[in-house]
Structures are given as structure tokens and as C-alpha cells.
Design a protein around this ligand. Structure first.
Ligand SMILES: NC(=O)c1ccc[n+]([C@@H]2O[C@H](COP(=O)([O-])OP(=O)(O)OC[C@H]3O[C@@H](n4cnc5c(N)ncnc54)[C@H](OP(=O)(O)O)[C@@H]3O)[C@@H](O)[C@H]2O)c1
Length: 407
């Protein structure tokens, strides 16, 4: 099986196509199942983690899921032992990881991949981590040819690929404006809860690191303009409910893709919102969020929040089966207006596991743009990943498209 032509990585003839780090955790276990059930024939892969007994149980479970499951190897590695991570990185084309909170555990594996020219995909939604990894490892990865692709789950593939899909429906080489509106129903795992609370407690550090990155990147900005749309609550575009600004990592990633890919046009704007149908939620959600943010600043409050969910736990199969998401986009420019939508099942876990597994396979095998260093999912995989996710049943569709005098 040929390695991805977009990969400039320098791992020569590695033993594995993909290594999944964190397979003993909740999301890692689901990702391993996706790989076992849907991997191409002949996939050379391994699961890696720190606990051999837990890994053996994962291997036994995977063996019952088809030929790829039976073919999995097991590697032992611990984030506290940098040499074990380098050994993993040296043996594979791609490492996919679910070992989070990434601010706590992520850096050594990114460093190992950047050093060895190994492609890397993770599930972080932690903006501080992504910016710190850019500052620390982007130049080295660019030199070795490693593609470092963060946020390959619900953060931030649906917004990133969805905005890209929307741009493809609009004319080229004209100013474009896109807004994304997110609706979800689902539950969160202990790992997600711990990552989010730690990120909430580091707002100041996140802002500082983001400024450092902006300063260093400002020298490399080209002529094309990319902006954030005003972030204030508005009426929902279909008139049913309200759109609240959603300051997650998603809009940051969408705008990074827009800066890197010329198809987004000479002047691109993006806004990102949560869509809520009822006034009580529109008023209550920001108040609740402000309360959680305040608690997360205090050690006692943080402990209280962290005790609400145990790491390793996550929503049951029944709960996940009734979970769903939609991200609706409104795009205007060049005299056209389009409404598109990305939708799927359980966002946080079932679809996230599929997205990470498909990202790893895409990096390993597909014909992708030639990139290196820290890159977004659109930059690294664009059309190839879009096609893969559509094939898994995730929906990308145009709902309305019309000429628009005001666009
Ligand atoms: N962006 C998204 O859309 C999205 C969606 C889902 C999850 N996530 C993120 O994914 C991460 C994992 O979530 P989760 O619920 O799956 O967490 P989890 O169940 O707690 O799993 C954490 C994994 O990390 C491993 N680990 C911890 N310390 C380690 C060490 N020193 N060396 C090696 N491995 C170590 C654990 O291994 P042991 O089993 O040995 O403890 C486990 O496999 C979180 O950061 C979460 O926010 C993001």
C-alpha cells in the first residue's frame, strides 16, 4: 500500500502505517474499534499506551472485530518517557493520539513526531496547546516534513471542512463571508470534562501564547485578508431562535485554513455561533458558562468541577445512539448566497472516533496537498478527508443556493 503522496515525512520504510496512542481510554477505545472495523486490507497498525495489561484487553476486543483487528500489534509507551515516544514515532508513518488533556500530556509526542518526520493527528480542542506546539515544533516539523494536524475530532473537523465545502459552492477570487451555526445533542466523557476545565482555568495563559504566535506569524502573512465576523448574539438566520457567539478553537482553525488556502479568496470573513431555539437557553447558557469559568479559576472550584466526571468514563452506547449534531453554514460572495450543512451522529465520541481514524488513514494513504509543519485538517487533507467522511455516512449538503443581489 503506497504512502500518501502529500506526506513529506522522512520516516524511511516504517514498520507501521498507523499507531494509535491512548487506545485504553474512552475515545481511544472507540477509535481503535473504527480502525479495526473499517481499515483497508493489509493495514499495518498498532495500539500504544502505558499499561500493558489494559492494552492486552484492547487487543483481545479488537481481535473479534475483523481481520484488521486481529492484525493489531501492541507497543508500550509513556508520555513521561520521551525515548519511548521517539521509538513509537520512528516505527510508523502516522501517530494518532487521544492522550489528553493535551496541555498536560501532549507536548512530548508532538516533539517526537516533529523530530522524526512522522505525521501526527490528535483530538485536542485546547487552543493554548495548539499555539504552544506551533511555537515549539512548527519549524522543526517543517524541516523534517512532519505534518502536525491538531483537532481531528468534532473540534474542529465539521467547522473546518464544512466552511471549506461552503467556499467551494461560491465563486472563486472574490471576497467571501461565511457564518457557521452549531447545534448538538450529546454528553461528554471524563477526559473531555477534565480537558475543558483545565483550559477554562488558563484563559490568561491562552491569550498570552496566542499573542506570541500572532507576533511571530505576522511576518509571514501574505496579501490575502482574513477576518473574524462581529461576535454578538443575533437572531438565528432562519428566524427560529438565537445565535450566540461560540469562542472555541473552531473559528480560529477555520480562519487559519482560509489564510493558507487561496480558494477562500482575497478577503474572507468567518463567524462561529451556537444555535439555540429557546429564549431561556439563550439567556441561561451564557450565565451557566460564566459560572463554570469563574469556578475554574479557583483551586477548590476546579476540584469540585473535576470530581463531576471520572477520567476513562464516557456516555453509554444508548446515550450516544440518540446524540447528533448539525453545523449549518451561510455563505455569501460574488453575487451568490448558499446555505450548507454538515451533520452526523454522536459528535463527541462516535463521530469523533471516526474522524480521527479517517484522518490517520488519510494521512497515511491518500493523495493530499504537499504540506509540512503545523497544518489544519483542510490544509493537510482537504478534499481527500471530505470524501472519506462522506463515505462513512457523515453528511455534507447544499440546502439552498441562489443569486443574491446584496451578496
Ligand atoms: N476535540 C474533540 O472533539 C474531542 C472529543 C473527544 C475527546 N477529546 C479529547 O480527547 C482526550 C481523551 O478523552 P477521553 O475521554 O478518551 O479520555 P480518557 O478516557 O481519560 O483517556 C485518556 C488516555 O490517556 C492515557 N494516558 C494518560 N496518561 C498517560 C501517560 N502518562 N502515558 C500514556 N498514556 C497516558 C490513558 O491511559 P490509561 O488507560 O493507561 O490511563 C488513556 O488511554 C481528552 O483530551 C478530550 O478532551 C476531544
Amino acid at each position: 500500500m503506497a504512502a500518501g503522496s502529500g506526506s513529506m515525512g522522512c520516516v524511511a520504510d516504517p514498520a507501521y502505517d498507523v499507531v494509535l496512542f491512548g487506545a485504553t481510554g474512552f475515545t481511544g477505545g472507540l477509535t481503535a474499534e473504527r480502525l479495526a472495523a473499517h481499515a483497508p486490507a493489509g493495514l499495518r497498525w498498532a495500539v500504544a499506551g502505558r499499561n500493558p495489561a489494559k492494552l492486552d484487553r484492547v487487543r483481545e476486543r479488537l481481535a473479534g472485530l475483523g481481520p484488521a483487528g486481529a492484525a493489531v500489534d501492541v507497543l508500550t509507551a509513556d508520555v513521561t518517557d520521551a525515548s519511548s515516544l521517539r521509538t513509537v514515532a520512528e516505527q510508523t508513518s502516522v501517530v494518532a493520539t487521544t492522550v489528553g488533556p493535551f496541555m498536560e500530556y501532549g507536548d512530548p509526542l508532538v516533539a517526537a513526531c516533529a523530530d522524526t518526520g512522522t505525521d501526527y493527528a490528535d483530538l485536542t480542542g485546547e487552543q493554548e496547546f495548539v499555539d504552544r506546539m506551533w511555537l515549539a515544533h512548527h519549524d522543526r516539523a517543517t524541516a523534517t516534513g512532519a505534518r502536525l494536524v491538531h483537532a481531528c475530532g468534532f473540534d474542529s473537523i465539521p467547522p473546518d471542512l464544512g466552511a471549506y465545502y461552503t467556499v467551494l459552492q461560491l465563486p472563486a477570487d472574490v471576497p467571501l463571508s461565511v457564518s457557521g451555526f452549531v447545534r448538538t445533542a450529546g454528553d461528554v466523557s471524563g477526559g473531555t470534562c477534565h480537558s475543558a476545565i483545565r483550559a477554562f482555568s488558563r484563559v490568561r495563559q491562552t491569550t498570552k501564547v496566542s499573542e506570541q504566535r500572532r507576533t511571530r506569524e505576522s511576518h509571514a502573512r501574505g496579501d490575502r485578508q482574513v477576518h473574524a465576523l462581529p461576535q454578538r448574539p443575533t437572531k438565528a438566520p432562519d428566524g427560529r431562535g438565537f445565535a450566540l457567539p461560540l469562542p472555541t478553537i473552531d473559528p480560529v482553525i477555520v480562519r487559519r485554513s482560509a489564510r493558507a488556502v487561496s480558494r477562500y479568496g482575497p478577503d474572507f470573513s468567518y463567524g462561529h455561533y451556537a444555535l439555540v431555539r429557546s429564549l431561556s437557553i439563550a439567556v441561561g447558557a451564557p450565565v451557566l458558562l460564566a459560572g463554570v469559568l469563574t469556578l475554574a479559576q479557583l483551586p477548590m472550584g476546579r476540584d469540585l468541577l473535576l470530581r463531576m466526571r471520572r477520567q476513562g468514563d464516557g456516555p453509554s452506547a444508548e446515550r450516544r445512539a440518540s446524540s447528533w449534531f448539525t453545523v449549518r453554514f451561510v455563505g455569501v460572495g460574488g453575487g451568490r448566497r448558499v446555505v450548507t450543512e454538515v451533520s452526523g451522529g454522536d459528535p463527541g465520541y462516535d463521530e469523533t472516533a471516526t474522524m480521527l481514524a479517517q484522518s490517520a488513514l488519510c494521512l497515511a494513504f491518500d493523495d493530499t496537498p504537499a504540506t509540512a509543519g503545523q497544518v489544519t485538517t483542510v490544509q493537510a487533507m482537504g478534499d481527500a478527508l471530505l470524501a472519506r467522511l462522506q463515505a462513512t455516512g457523515m453528511t455534507f449538503r447544499v440546502i439552498e443556493a441562489a443569486d443574491s443581489a446584496s451578496a
